[in-house]
Design a binder for this molecule. Sequence first.
Ligand SMILES: [Zn+2]
Length: 64
Amino acid sequence: MRSVLIALAFLGMGLTSCSNATKDKSTTKKHYKYYCIMHPDLGSDKPGVCPKCGMQLVERDTDK
Ligand SMILES: [Zn+2]
């Protein structure tokens, strides 16, 4: 019985690390010129709206 639990735990860890890997891939820390204040990882180099929530993108302060 214990071995089954361990196997399930490993399976869960595997799935978690796998989903984390895909998550990291989609949310690459690219610094867009314009970004969504709700989703800083999302944005565009041109003015527009967030593809996720439709909020107006704000210009990143690049002076500093
Ligand atoms: Zn957004």
